[in-house]
Design a protein around this ligand. Structure first.
Ligand code: WTA
Length: 572
C-alpha cells in the first residue's frame, strides 16, 4: 500500500474535486476594493482598505528584531506610514514605473518601503541583505534603479561599487546618514515630508509592482516582473493553500529578498488582513520554536532546509514547547523529503503541506490542501484554475509515472509579465507550443499527484536559495589565483545542494587549504554570503566543448559517479 496521510479536517477549501470543476478566476474579483470602484493597486488592497474598516486597529505586523525586541503596527498605522513614504518618494522625484530597490534586513522599514513604493506606482526591487556589492551592482545596472532604500552598514558594503551605480539618484538611509555623502537622505525625513492620507495610484492589472532578480543556467540573474493582477492568485492561494483565517497569526520564514517572502511574506496574507510575524534574526532552532509558541503562530510557511535543521536540533527540544495554537504548516522552495513529512507527523503531530511554484509563476501552483490526503514526497496537485502537466519536448503529455518536463498552461493570474530587458529569455519559457516550461523534471502518478525529480537545467538550490552557476563562476574567475572555474550543485542531506567549484589555477599559484578559504571568502564578500563554494576541488583541466564552454553536466556526472553521457562535443 502506498503511504498516504489522510486529512485531519477540511480547511477553507472544503472539497478539492468540486473546486476543480467549479472554480473560475473571475469569482475572486469581488474580494477586492477595485471591484467596487476603488483604485487598482496591490498596496491599497494589502493595507489601505483594511485601515478603512474595523481592521484599522488590528495588528498587521509584529516585527521582531534580531535582539528580540518587538515593534507592532496596526493596519491604520501602516496605511499612514506607507502613504507618507509613497508621497515622500514622489517629492524626491520618483514616478510611476521607477525601479526602486529595497536593500534592508528584515526590519519594519522594509515592509513600509515595499508597500510605499507600490502605492505610488513604483516597481519595488527587494534585495536580500546577504548580497554582496557585485551582485547588487549587476541588478541595479540591469534595471537602471533610480532609488535605494538601505541601512548605513549595507550602504557601506556598497562602497566599492558606488561609482558604478550611475542611475541611482538617492539612497534613502534607515538610520543615521551622517558622513554618507550628498546622495543620501534619511528615511525618517522622507516619511516626515510625506502625506499620511496619500491615495494609492490607480494601476493597470498588467503594470508591474515588483521585480525579483532570479538565477538561471546562463548569464547573470534576470529581473522577473510580476503584475498588480497577481493579487488575484495570491489572495486565492493565501486563503485556500495557506488556509488563512481572520484570527490567524501567520509566520512566513522566507526573506522578502525572494519571491516567497513577498508573495506570501507580505502581499498575499495582507490581502486577507492577516496578522504577520517577521523575524529579523538568523535561524536558530530554539528561537524559532519560541516564536511559534510565544506569538501563538497558527499558520507557518517555511522551507525544507529549515525543517531539516529543526529535525537535527532533536526531538527533545520540540517537547520543551507548546504548539497548541499551530494549525497549519506549509513548505516551499526545494523538495520536501518524505522523511521530513514523517517527522512532522511524529514530532509536531502536524501534516506538512508541500507547495510548488517559482519566482516566474508569482504564486503557488501545485500544492497540498488541508482537505486532501498527502503522499509524503509528492508536491501535491494543481490549484483549481490551473492546468499542469508533465510533457515531452514536443509538448505531448507523457503517461503516468513517466518522467518529463513540468509544464503549465499559460495565463494564470500571477504569471510573470516578462523579464526586464530580455524578451528572448522570456520567450524561452514558452518554446514548446501551448505550454510554459518550468525547468523542472517531474512525473505525475495515477491519482494526479506531481512528484519532483530534479532540475532540467544547471540551476542550483542551496538551502532553498536559487543560484546560477554562471554568477558564481564569474565571481570566481575575478580572483587573482583562478584561471577557470566550473560550478555545480552537489546533493547535500541538509541543504538540498551545496555549491561545488572545480578550479584550475593560474601558473604561479599552488593548491592549498589556505587558498580554498581565501577563494571562498572572496565570493562571499563580493557576490553573496550564501553563494560561496562550500567545496572546492583544484583540477588540471575542465571538460569543455569544442567551442570552449565548460561542460557542467560532465563535472556533475563525475562527481556523482554517474555515466558521463554523450561526450561527442567534448574537446578531447
Ligand atoms: C524548486 C521559490 C521541489 C524548483 C518559490 C523550482 C521545488 C524552483 C519546490 C523555483 C517544491 C520550489 N519541491 N522543488 N515544493 N518549490 N522548488 O524561483 O526547482 O526560488 O523550479 O521560487 O525551486 O525557485 P524560486
Amino acid at each position: 500500500m502506498e503511504e498516504t496521510i489522510p486529512p485531519k479536517q477540511a480547511g477553507n477549501l472544503q472539497d478539492y474535486e468540486a473546486a476543480l470543476k467549479e472554480f473560475t478566476w473571475s469569482s475572486v474579483d469581488k474580494e477586492f476594493d477595485w471591484s467596487k470602484g476603488g483604485a487598482y493597486n496591490v498596496a491599497r488592497e494589502a493595507i489601505d482598505r483594511h485601515a478603512q474598516n474595523w481592521r484599522k486597529n488590528k495588528i498587521a505586523l509584529y516585527s521582531i528584531t534580531a535582539t528580540n525586541e518587538v515593534r507592532k503596527y496596526t493596519f491604520g498605522e501602516l496605511s499612514e506610514l506607507t502613504g507618507r513614504f509613497a508621497s515622500g518618494l514622489e517629492k524626491l522625484g520618483a514616478v510611476k514605473g521607477d525601479r526602486i530597490f529595497v536593500f534592508l534586513d528584515r526590519t519594519s522599514e522594509l515592509y513600509i518601503a515595499m508597500i510605499g513604493i507600490t502605492k505610488m506606482g513604483g516597481i519595488s526591487g527587494p534585495l536580500f541583505s546577504a548580497l554582496g556589492p557585485e551582485a547588487v551592482k549587476d541588478r541595479a545596472l540591469d534595471s537602471s534603479a533610480r532609488f535605494f532604500i538601505t541601512s548605513p552598514y549595507l550602504y557601506k558594503r556598497l562602497e566599492p561599487v558606488l561609482d558604478d551605480l550611475v542611475d541611482v539618484e538617492k539612497f534613502i538611509i534607515v538610520g543615521d546618514n551622517e558622513g554618507l555623502g550628498e546622495k543620501t537622505v534619511k528615511f525618517e525625513e522622507v516619511i516626515g515630508s510625506g502625506d499620511p492620507n496619500y491615495q494609492a495610484v490607480n494601476m493597470a492589472p498588467t503594470d508591474p509592482y515588483i521585480i525579483h532578480y532570479t538565477s538561471g543556467s546562463t548569464g547573470k540573474p534576470k529581473g522577473v516582473l510580476l503584475g498588480h493582477k497577481s493579487m488575484i492568485q495570491q489572495w486565492y492561494t493565501s486563503r485556500y493553500v495557506l488556509d488563512l483565517r481572520e484570527e490567524d497569526t501567520y509566520w512566513c520564514t522566507a526573506d522578502p529578498g525572494w519571491v516567497t517572502g513577498t508573495s506570501y511574506g507580505i502581499f498575499g496574507p495582507w490581502f486577507l488582513g492577516t496578522t504577520l510575524i517577521s523575524y529579523e534574526g538568523r535561524f536558530d532552532a530554539r528561537t524559532w520554536y519560541s516564536i511559534i509558541q510565544n506569538y501563538g503562530v497558527t499558520v507557518w510557511y517555511t522551507a525544507p532546509t529549515a525543517l531539516r535543521m529543526l529535525m537535527r536540533a532533536g526531538d527533545d527540544l520540540v517537547r520543551e514547547f507548546n504548539f497548541s495554537k499551530l494549525r497549519h504548516v506549509c513548505s516551499v522552495g526545494e523538495p520536501l523529503n518524505a522523511e521530513v513529512v514523517r517527522w512532522g507527523m511524529r514530532v509536531l503531530d502536524r501534516r506538512i503541506h508541500d507547495t510548488w511554484w517559482q519566482t516566474e509563476t508569482g504564486a503557488q501552483l501545485i500544492c497540498n490542501y488541508p482537505c486532501m490526503a498527502i503522499k509524503p514526497g509528492s508536491m501535491g496537485r494543481p490549484i483549481p484554475g490551473v492546468i499542469a502537466a508533465v510533457v515531452d519536448e514536443n509538448g505531448v503529455e507523457v503517461p503516468p509515472k513517466k518522467e518529463g518536463f513540468l509544464a503549465l498552461r499559460p495565463g494564470w493570474p500571477s504569471m510573470m509579465l516578462g523579464i526586464w530587458r530580455n524578451t528572448s529569455r522570456f520567450k524561452e519559457y514558452f518554446r514548446v507550443p501551448g505550454w510554459y516550461i518550468a525547468g523542472d523534471q517531474a512525473y505525475k502518478d495515477e491519482d494526479g499527484y506531481f512528484w519532483f525529480l530534479g532540475r532540467a537545467d544547471d540551476v542550483i538550490k542551496t538551502s532553498g536559495e536559487r543560484l546560477g552557476p554562471f554568477e558564481v563562476e564569474s565571481a570566481l574567475i575575478e580572483h587573482p589565483a583562478v584561471a577557470e572555474a566550473g560550478v555545480i550543485g552537489k546533493p547535500d542531506e541538509l541543504r538540498g545542494e551545496i555549491v561545488k567549484a572545480f578550479i584550475t589555477l593560474r601558473p604561479e599559484h599552488k593548491p592549498s587549504e589556505q587558498l580554498k578559504e581565501d577563494i571562498s571568502k572572496f565570493v562571499k564578500t563580493r557576490l553573496a554570503y550564501y553563494a560561496y563554494p562550500r567545496e572546492i576541488e583544484f583540477v588540471d583541466s575542465l571538460p569543455k566543448t569544442r567551442s570552449g564552454k565548460i561542460m557542467r553536466r560532465v563535472l556533475k556526472a563525475k562527481e556523482l559517479g554517474q555515466p558521463l553521457g554523450d561526450l561527442s562535443t567534448l574537446e578531447d
